[in-house]
Write a protein that binds this ligand. Structure first.
Ligand SMILES: *Cc1c(COP(=O)(O)O)cnc(C)c1O
Length: 398
């Protein structure tokens, strides 16, 4: 009888069926913790690590638990569902949900003790009504729009909004914030304008004689390039994962990438000069050459835009993807080199001194590093290095 290997219990349910895949994301949790410390040292104010969108592809629950274990005292997500998932996973620090809310969701925020972004007067009224009915105060952060035109009350009409919030019996105003549209670019004049508008809106608290709540504005770009925007707290996302937001960004904070994406050669072949390769026969071997096939594709979130453009590392050397990226596989031209089945293929990360960054992949695919990271989906198992052993539950006794 052949033993069927256990897939292990310490993996989240979504990826459990795939844990035997040769393709995997390796997340270095120590790198994330180190990046958090670097950011903290750079800004000197509290840091709200942002873990939305599956912690930028790194794994929501595992990253958040690790952050809490290394001392993060708050976190930010985009959607209430992400906040609820964190509470269910035992994350107990304050969690701010940054997205716009729907009235029917307010009960969920209250039930799970999640901080609400209130981005209009009518949403404030919805929060108040639900909080009153539930008999408990809602913790809120007021969202001011200073130039992004996404959610939030325009700075120039924030007076009545802020007044209604500070007078509200059923809301505790913990913060006031805005979001920067152009902070990735150190030379954009937009950021100074947004800061000025934001501080003008904050002045309403003083005018009303109300205590100033936590003022926060800076995303990763703000952290890197605009010290004036750090105010009382910063909200870095991508920088926490060791990735710069934009090619124009300056590395003013020392961070290192936490994510690697690796696979293995599943097939080796020699093709003859003139042989077309892949769907649509878009690439033709210019000479007799050697190809390897790698078992990951756009069905995993590996961009199809890398067709005949991207590169990977095999045995420490860079080789080009040839032909179209398929749903589950792609082909690589290794030329005169040799490779064997099961050889490691690095799509993002380091191998024998070679290195491919998320920034490079994004540039080649014609997109931003954020999109590359977050679209790596649950079909790819995540492996965690550097986890801290915490036992929130006492060991079961029998
Ligand atoms: C996503 C997000 C952030 C983090 O942005 P990064 O550019 O990844 O640092 C901060 N604040 C808000 C409101 C966001 O939506």
């Amino acid at each position: 009888m052949v033993a069927i290997p256990d897939t292990g219990e310490d993996v989240d349910r979504m990826s459990a069926p795939f844990t035997q895949r040769p393709t995997r994301i390796v997340v270095d949790l120590e790198a994330i913790a180190g990046n958090l410390r670097s950011i903290q040292a750079h800004v000197g104010v509290p840091v709200m690590p942002i873990v939305k969108a599956n912690a930028y592809g790194h794994g929501l629950v595992q990253v958040a638990r690790h952050l809490q274990a290394v001392g993060a005292d708050r976190m930010g997500v985009a959607f209430v569902e992400e906040g609820v998932a964190l509470r269910r996973a035992g994350v107990s620090v304050p969690i701010l949900v940054m997205g716009g809310i729907f009235g029917h969701q307010v009960g969920q925020f209250l039930a799970h003790d999640l901080d609400i972004t209130v981005s209009s007067l009518s949403k404030l009224r919805q929060v108040e009504a639900t909080a009153e009915a539930a008999g408990r105060r809602a913790a809120i952060h007021l969202k001011i729009d200073t130039g992004m035109e996404r959610i939030g009350v325009h700075g120039y009409s924030a007076g009545p909004f802020i007044e209604a919030a500070v007078r509200s019996r059923w809301c505790e105003v913990r913060g006031v914030y805005s979001h920067l549209a152009c902070a990735d670019d150190p030379d954009s004049p937009m950021t100074a304008l947004q800061l000025e508008r934001f501080l003008e809106a904050c002045a309403h608290f003083d005018r009303l004689g109300a205590p100033m709540p936590l003022r926060h504005l800076a995303n990763s770009g703000g952290v890197l390039h605009f010290p004036d925007t750090h105010l009382d707290m910063v909200r870095p996302g991508i920088l926490l994962y060791g990735v710069l937001p934009d090619p124009a960004s300056r590395p003013t904070v020392a961070v290192r990438p936490a994510l690697s994406l690796v696979s293995q050669v599943v097939y080796f072949k020699i093709v003859r000069a003139g042989a077309p390769v892949g769907y649509g026969a878009t690439w033709t071997a210019p000479r007799d050459t050697r190809l390897v096939t790698v078992p990951i594709g756009y069905g995993d979130g590996w961009p199809r835009a890398l067709s005949s453009r991207g590169q990977v590392l095999v045995r420490g050397r860079r080789h080009p993807l040839v032909g179209r990226v398929c749903m589950d596989q792609f082909m690589v031209d290794i030329g005169e080199d040799s490779a064997f089945n099961e050889d490691e293929v690095v799509l993002v990360g380091e191998q024998d001194g070679g290195s491919i960054t998320v920034e490079e992949v994004a540039r080649t695919a014609g997109t931003i590093p954020y999109e590359i990271l977050v679209q790596l989906n649950e079909r790819i198992p995540r492996e965690y290095r550097g986890a801290i052993q915490v036992s929130p539950d006492p060991p079961a006794r029998d």
